[in-house]
Design a protein around this ligand. Structure first.
Ligand code: C2E
Ligand code: MG
Ligand code: MG
Ligand code: MG
Length: 278
């Protein structure tokens, strides 16, 4: 057998693939247990207004604290959850938790949650969101959903209809990671988005790549013409901040103004803010 090198290579690859496959199967079954055993939590990253750097809200970001692996990053487990049909359940937990949190915070602080493509395509989503809002006595305008451009690869008219129903609850919908994916300006015209979030990679590269400044300028113009607000993600330095503010971006998010924080730390930030304004 050893004299056939080709076979050895094939065998090597197939056993590597096999262990990757096994790893995935394990993660999948661990994911099924994770909700019930409370292995998820949310972190809250601050968003500030570009004009006066005032806190206006937070983006909730999920964390999975796996019993043996430690923290598993969302880009690793979210796709698995999507494929094995667990995303609705996890996503619903996120919405519930975000509503519980924002109910404790003063107006006009908002909390944004990320919603996966499969989740936004569920016709039951508006009703589930509306029930979560009611349970925590939160008006719809305190909650935002963030979706990525990938949602437009599915059944568009059904998805647009679901988004319209969410907007009727007062819930905001932001188009996340704008500029990195399948961007179709046509969808901006449907009045379902209240906000565009410019991907952090553009924001950070704008310092060294002049063409990114031009792209951001045109994204801001586009957003304004559709009456959407614009958030710059991934703002890490004072230069990034000033550049984005001067380009007309409304809201800033990034390590410069805060990393994703525990509920307790985020709460301190909110309470500090209301003491100052009182
Ligand atoms: P996203 O929604 O675009 O979230 C922003 C990501 O950028 C977060 O990564 C955040 O920690 C990171 N970030 C924020 N500021 C900075 C910065 O200044 N510099 C850099 N380098 N990074 C920054 P995170 O928390 O690992 O989340 C990654 C992605 O996972 C999110 O991207 C979102 O697409 C997804 N995700 C997170 N939570 C959820 C969730 O509850 N549900 C769903 N469906 N997806 C989620
Ligand atoms: Mg997001
Ligand atoms: Mg983003
Ligand atoms: Mg992202």
């Amino acid at each position: 057998e050893a004299k056939n090198a080709g076979r050895g290579v094939a065998k090597y690859f197939s056993s590597e693939l096999q262990s990757e496959q096994e790893d995935r199967v394990r993660l999948e079954s661990d994911l099924r247990a994770a909700i019930a055993s409370k292995q998820f939590h949310l972190l809250y990253q601050p968003l500030v207004s570009a004009k006066d750097q005032k806190l206006i809200g937070f983006e909730a970001l999920i964390r999975w604290n796996h019993p043996t692996r430690g923290l598993v990053p969302p880009p690793v487990f979210i796709p698995i959850a999507e494929e094995c049909g667990l995303m609705m359940e996890i996503g619903q937990w996120v919405i519930e938790e975000a509503c519980r949190t924002v109910a404790n915070w003063p107006e006009p602080i908002t909390v944004a949650v990320n919603v996966s493509p499969k989740q936004i395509q569920m016709p039951s989503l508006p009703q589930l969101v509306s029930q979560a809002l009611a349970r925590h006595k939160v008006p719809g305008n305190r909650l935002e959903l963030e979706v990525t451009e990938g949602i437009f690869l599915g059944n568009n008219s059904a998805t647009l209809d679901i988004m319209q129903r969410l907007r009727q609850l007062g819930v905001g919908i932001a188009l996340d990671d704008f500029g990195t994916g399948y961007s179709s300006i046509g969808y901006l015209n449907k009045a379902v988005f209240h906000k565009l979030k410019i991907d952090g990679s553009f924001v950070r590269e704008a310092g060294t790549r002049e063409e990114n400044v031009a792209i951001i300028k045109s994204i801001v113009q586009l957003a304004k013409s559709f009456r959407m607000s614009v958030t710059a993600e991934g703002v890490e330095t004072a230069e990034d901040f000033e550049r984005m503010r001067d380009l007309g971006v409304d809201t800033i998010q990034g390590y410069l103004f805060g990393r994703p924080l525990s509920y307790e730390r985020a709460n301190q930030m909110v309470m500090g803010m209301s003491r100052k304004s009182a």
